[in-house]
Design a protein around this ligand. Structure first.
Ligand code: UDP
Ligand code: MN
Length: 350
C-alpha cells in the first residue's frame, strides 16, 4: 500500500524520530549513571541479586588522598543491624573514607546494602564465606573437664577479600584499617591513622583483664620497643586487630594476607608486611590515648514470634515484617510466641 506523506506529516514524522532519539539517549544516560549509584543498588535489592563482588558506589571522584579504607568484616546474626547502624553513624562523620563492607557469606545481603546506601558514604560491598573446613568445634580444657568451643578464624576470608579488592582497585593513596562492626571508635582515631606511612600502632581499650592492648613506646616517643597485651603467646606482634593501620602501598608491595589460624591472624599479617617493630609508627599521642574500644554486645538467639491476627489491622503485622527483614526475629506459627500486648489504660504486670 502506498502511503502519501505530505510536508506537514513529514515534519511530524521528523519530530517523532527526534523524540524517539532523545528519549533513547536520555534513557541510556540515566541507565549508565544509575549503574553504580543508589538506583542500581535499589534494583539489586528489589531483584535480590547479590553476586560476591556486589557493588561500588559512584562517588569515588569526590575523594582526596590520603583516603582511609575502613575494612569491616561482618556476618548475619541478630545484633548485626544494630551494630552496623551504629558504626555507619560514626563513619558518616569522617571525610575521605571508603567503607569496605565484606560479608562472611556466599552472597551479599539486602541488609548490608541498605545500611551502606543510607550512610551515603563511598563504599564497596563484597562477600566471601569462611571455608567450610574451618567451621568446627575444638575441644578446650577447662577446670571441670573438656568443653566444646568454636575456635574459628573469624572474619579472615572476608578481610582477605577486602585486601584483594584494595590491592587491585584502590587508585587513591591511603591507609587500610580493620574496623570490626562491633567496636567503638573515637573520631580522633581517623585523624591519627590517616598519616600512616608504613605501619602504625596504637592502643585498644577494653581488652582482657587489664583492659588494654597496645604498643610500648620509648620515653621520647620515637620508637616502638614492645607491646602490652593480655595474651603474648609467642607472638612477634602481640596486638589486637583494632590496634594497627597499614599504608595501601605496603599492602600492595608485600602481598600480605591473613592466615586461617585462630589467634595468629594479626601476628602473621603484620609479619608478612616485613616491617620491624622499631620502624612502626606510634599513633594516638605516642601510644598514650585510647581511641578505639573492643566492645562486644551480648549475643542472643533469634526469637520466634507468632504472627499477629491480620484482621486486627494494627502496626504490629508490618512491625513484625521489619523485625524479620532486619534479622532480629523469626515470625512463625510453629512454636512462635505471641507478642505481649496491652490495650488497657493500665497494663497488667506479667
Ligand atoms: N565475623 C565474621 N564472621 C564470623 C564471626 C565474626 O565476619 O563468623 C566478623 C565480625 O562481624 C567482626 C569481626 O569478624 O567484625 C570480629 O568478630 P567478633 O566481633 O565476633 O570477634 P571478637 O571481637 O569477639 O574477637
Ligand atoms: Mn568484636
Amino acid at each position: 500500500m502506498h502511503v502519501f506523506i505530505g510536508v506537514r506529516e513529514r515534519r511530524l514524522a521528523g519530530s517523532g524520530l527526534a523524540f524517539i532519539f532523545l528519549t533513547t539517549l536520555l534513557w541510556f544516560l540515566l541507565a549508565k549513571s544509575s549503574w553504580h549509584s543508589g538506583r542500581f543498588l535499589d534494583q539489586a535489592i528489589a531483584g535480590r541479586h547479590f553476586p560476591s563482588d556486589c557493588g561500588v558506589s559512584d562517588d569515588f571522584s569526590t575523594l582526596q588522598a590520603p583516603v582511609i579504607y575502613f575494612v569491616t568484616p561482618t556476618y548475619a546474626r541478630r545484633e548485626q543491624v544494630a551494630e552496623l547502624t551504629r558504626l555507619s553513624h560514626t563513619l558518616m562523620h569522617v571525610p575521605n573514607l571508603v567503607w569496605v563492607l565484606s560479608e562472611d557469606a556466599e552472597t551479599c545481603s539486602r541488609l548490608v546494602a541498605e545500611v551502606a546506601l543510607r550512610s551515603r558514604l563511598p563504599h564497596v560491598r563484597l562477600a566471601r564465606p569462611m571455608p567450610r573446613k574451618y567451621k568446627q568445634d575444638v575441644l578446650h580444657k577447662t577446670k571441670t573437664g573438656y568443653k566444646k568451643k568454636k575456635k574459628e578464624p573469624r572474619g579472615v576470608a572476608n578481610r582477605n577479600a577486602a585486601l584483594d579488592w584494595i590491592a587491585k582497585n584502590a587508585s587513591i593513596e591511603g591507609v587500610v584499617y580493620f574496623g570490626d562492626d562491633d567496636n567503638t571508635y573515637d573520631l580522633r582515631l581517623f585523624d591519627e591513622i590517616r598519616s600512616t606511612q608504613g605501619v602504625s600502632l596504637f592502643p585498644v581499650g577494653l581488652l582482657g583483664e587489664r583492659g588494654v592492648s597496645g604498643p610500648v613506646v620509648s620515653d621520647n616517643g620515637s620508637h616502638v620497643i614492645g607491646f602490652t597485651d593480655p595474651w603474648f603467646h609467642d607472638r612477634l606482634f602481640p596486638i589486637d586487630m583494632g590496634g594497627f593501620a597499614v599504608n595501601v602501598e605496603l599492602i600492595r608491595t608485600s602481598g600480605a594476607r591473613m592466615p586461617f589460624i585462630p589467634g595468629a591472624e594479626e601476628d602473621e599479617f603484620l609479619k608478612a608486611l616485613g616491617v620491624p617493630k622499631e620502624s612502626m609508627e606510634a599513633k594516638a599521642g605516642n601510644g598514650t590515648l585510647v581511641l578505639v574500644w573492643h566492645t562486644q554486645s551480648v549475643k542472643r538467639p533469634v526469637p520466634k514470634v507468632e504472627p499477629e491476627d491480620v484482621r486486627e489491622q494494627t502496626n504490629l503485622t508490618p512491625l513484625l515484617r521489619t523485625l524479620e527483614l532486619q534479622g532480629t526475629a523469626v515470625v512463625s506459627n510453629e512454636g512462635g510466641k505471641p507478642l505481649p500486648k496491652c490495650l488497657e489504660s493500665h497494663c497488667p504486670t506479667h
